[in-house]
Design a protein around this ligand. Structure first.
Ligand code: AP5
Ligand code: MG
Length: 188
């Protein structure tokens, strides 16, 4: 099973991903987590991308795709992948198709977490007080949302054309949302 979790910033992709990979024994690939790891390790890449991430824009495909390629190669013997925060534009979606096809793999399902903007704002601002992620502030959130709706949301059509997308109400208790997702994945 190879899954993609789509949803705007704060939709709960990371939270639900942790529960899904545990239940279905998948490998979790969060490009945001990988990029933040580069930043906290102060690698060359980390230094180059910190300003972009903190402004809410997308990191260049060149950087992201190299990272993804290595990750997929290193984990190709796994039970399946859960992609969280990737692909984020059409070029990334095309490359993912190609990388998976080279390994004779396919995306099995795409879960879209739907959450209203006010809940997203509350979640992100609440996390900013607890964790201090540099892009969790009102100004950057506005940009992250703008980028999501202009560049990422249109990519969902790439998968809905193949009948793969399931929309989930992403508001409510974390475990209830997880049940909604499991009830779909158990049928796959
Ligand atoms: P990324 O790390 O992917 O961030 P994001 O998409 O903005 O989303 P978040 O991680 O903030 O939210 P989430 O949906 O995972 O929700 P979470 O579970 O954490 O990307 C960050 C940046 O990296 C991008 O802006 C870009 O610059 C760069 N980047 C990443 N991928 C890229 C790519 N492919 N190409 C180019 N650039 C890329 O939940 C949020 C909060 O809400 C948490 O505190 C959580 O505890 C809480 N919460 C979760 N569920 C609930 C619930 N049901 N009720 C109440 N609170 C909840
Ligand atoms: Mg996340």
């Amino acid at each position: 099973m190879n899954l993609i979790l789509f949803g705007p910033p704060g939709a709960g992709k990371g939270t639900q991903a942790a529960l899904i990979v545990d239940k279905y024994k998948l490998v979790h690939l969060s490009t945001g987590d990988l990029l933040r790891h580069e930043m906290s390790s102060s690698t060359e890449l980390g230094k180059e991308i910190s300003e972009i991430i903190n402004s809410g824009k997308l990191v260049s495909d060149h950087h992201v795709l190299k990272m993804i390629k290595i990750f997929i190669e290193n984990n190709k013997k796994s039970n399946g992948f859960l992609f969280d925060g990737f692909p984020r534009n059409q070029d990334q979606a095309n490359l993912l198709d190609k990388l998976l096809a080279d390994l004779d793999l396919k995306i099995t399902s795409v879960i879209l977490l739907e959450v209203d903007k006010e809940s997203l704002r509350e979640r992100i601002l609440s996390r900013s007080q607890k964790e201090g992620r540099a892009d969790d502030n009102e100004e950057t959130l506005i940009k992250r949302l703008e980028v999501y709706f202009s560049e990422t949301e249109p990519v969902i059509a790439h998968y809905s054309n193949k009948g793969l997308v399931k929309s989930i109400d992403g508001v409510g208790e974390i475990n209830d949302i997880n049940q909604r997702i499991n009830s779909i994945l158990d049928l796959v």
